[in-house]
Design a protein around this ligand. Structure first.
Ligand SMILES: [Fe+2]
Ligand SMILES: [Fe+2]
Length: 235
């Protein structure tokens, strides 16, 4: 079963054949090499990064859903403002698959923390997914989108409007999330003198909002509220 928000993004792919290929990969995001299968942590639980952004339980899903919303808004701009042509199926498929092998590069330690799996010593998530997309005979245009999603830092730069949109949406969402997480951690450390380890996006956005609305007192109150909520959730 796919997460409902991932499922609704998937349903936006109108080409049935492409939708099925994307769904098959999302439902079984595994990679085989030399007779060994790698499946990593589950998509639902996985973070989308270990430190820079979405570095918490469920971060992968949040990142894909948020990057998907940004990418679709950019498709609207291309069509409605710039009168350009964009293939939304390719954009949605690109967003859904661009990081789908990140969970293969993570493992969960005994303490419950995420760290790099051995596979990540050999290949990064982008090389892994490009290899798998080629093996599964995905359209070349989609393989390009995924190969180019890291922009200037990737194997190839975006050369189509769809690839550029996916790269920019990925980058924008990573920064939106990562910068707010960093700012919230900094505010709590400086104002409360504590470390709120593994902050969720909801907590981080709350802290940053409270600082803007009520200053340092707002941060202290938000910190207290978050600690109480965490205690209440513990079994
Ligand atoms: Fe990536
Ligand atoms: Fe990403």
């Amino acid at each position: 079963m796919l997460d409902s928000k991932i499922q609704s993004l998937l349903e936006k792919i109108r080409d049935k054949k492409l939708r099925k290929k994307v769904a098959d990969l999302l439902k079984n995001p595994s990679f085989s090499i030399n007779g060994k299968e790698y499946s990593g942590v589950s998509l639902d639980a996985s973070p989308a990064g270990l430190s820079h952004h979405h570095s918490y339980l469920g971060g992968f899903t949040e990142h894909v859903v948020s990057a998907g919303a940004i990418a679709l808004a950019m498709c609207d701009c291309v069509e409605e403002v710039y009168r350009g042509v964009v293939n939304r199926d390719l954009v949605v498929a690109g967003i859904l698959l661009h990081d789908v092998f990140k969970p293969l590069t993570y493992k969960v330690d005994e303490s419950g923390d995420y760290s790099s799996a051995r596979l990540a010593d050999y290949l990064d998530h982008s090389s892994l997914i490009v290899a798998e997309l080629v093996r599964r005979d995905f359209p070349l245009e989609l393989v390009h989108i995924v190969a180019a999603h890291h922009g200037g830092y990737g194997a190839v730069r975006p050369r189509t409007v769809e690839a550029l949109i996916c790269h920019l949406a990925d980058l924008a969402d990573s920064r939106l999330n990562g910068d707010v997480l960093n700012a919230a951690s900094y505010l709590v450390r400086r104002i409360v003198g504590e470390d709120l380890s593994v902050m969720s996006s909801k907590e981080a956005f709350e802290i940053v909002h409270c600082k803007a609305a009520e200053g340092e007192d707002g941060v202290k109150k938000a910190y207290k509220r978050i600690v109480q909520e965490r205690k209440a959730r513990k079994p």
